[in-house]
Ligand binder design. Sequence first.
Ligand code: SF4
Length: 333
Amino acid sequence: MKGFDFEEERIKQEIAKLGAKRVLLQMPQGLKPEGPRLAKIIEKTGALPIISADPCYGACDLATCEAESLGIDLIVHFGHAKLVKHDQVPTVYVEARATVKVAEAVEKAVPLLSKYSKIGLATTVQHVQTLDEARELLVRVGKTVMVGDAGRVNYAGQVIGCDYSNVQSVAKGVDAFLFIGGGRFHALGIALNTSKPTIIADPYENRAYSISEEAQKVLKQRYACIEEAEHAKTFGVLLGLKIGQERLEEALKIKGTAEKTGKVAFLFAVREISPEALMEFPSVDAYVNTACPRIALEAPSKFLKPVLTINEFMVVAGETSWEKLLKKGLFEN
Ligand code: SF4
């Protein structure tokens, strides 16, 4: 697969350094076709490669349990920067930095930013190395540029699906955000968590476009979910089993808050949250998801019952208002 740096030499060095005999390869959907090629390279070092075929949506889903049960000496996790602290199994993160040029897509975004003078820049780990170039380009056309550096992610300006601390930390000082990267997922997260106009400069499709209209549509759906959940008598609190999604304390607090307001609440431990899994519990009227906050947001119509983020549940519980939620952001960081 062209266009990404898989750091094959570093992987070989890490295997040699650790004397690893068994190596687990874990990667998100888009990079999985590279699995067999990378396994071949690892096999040549004398180690046994095992490719994880399970879905992997983020570094929150590090396969530590699988590695332990398979006697793995080294996990090589591709496509994400380190997110969770763990010391069970040595892990190498190969961030799969993109080699695609971004300047043209950023130039195409300039007309869409004409109304705004202060721009916040953000991207995923694949493109963090391009932020300086994008900043210079925007400064040349007269913009003031801010790149946030806060929170638990590894790089200034980086966002992940559930952490927008970097953009939130500069949101007050900017008129709009420019997101560099492919797809709508991360840019939508920026718009939903900052309430600022958000433009995407997509270097893969070589185009720029606004995500603001879609964000408004999603906000309407979220408001409808909250209204529906206000009528719920029984809540299910979803407790994620993936290493970086497990929030037992938070789930217990939500159960307590629901019960204080006269509702019934049960905890559900779950690895993959899907409409089918939740359909098994018809007596539950609404769910609060303490695991990945993006699951229900991406496809709310597929879920028969409202599935709320932690912050959204606080509106239902009367602890905050919709207006305050919009200021705070829909996701818990
Ligand atoms: S919790 Fe969800 S959004 Fe956050 S890193 Fe994991 S998969 Fe991505």
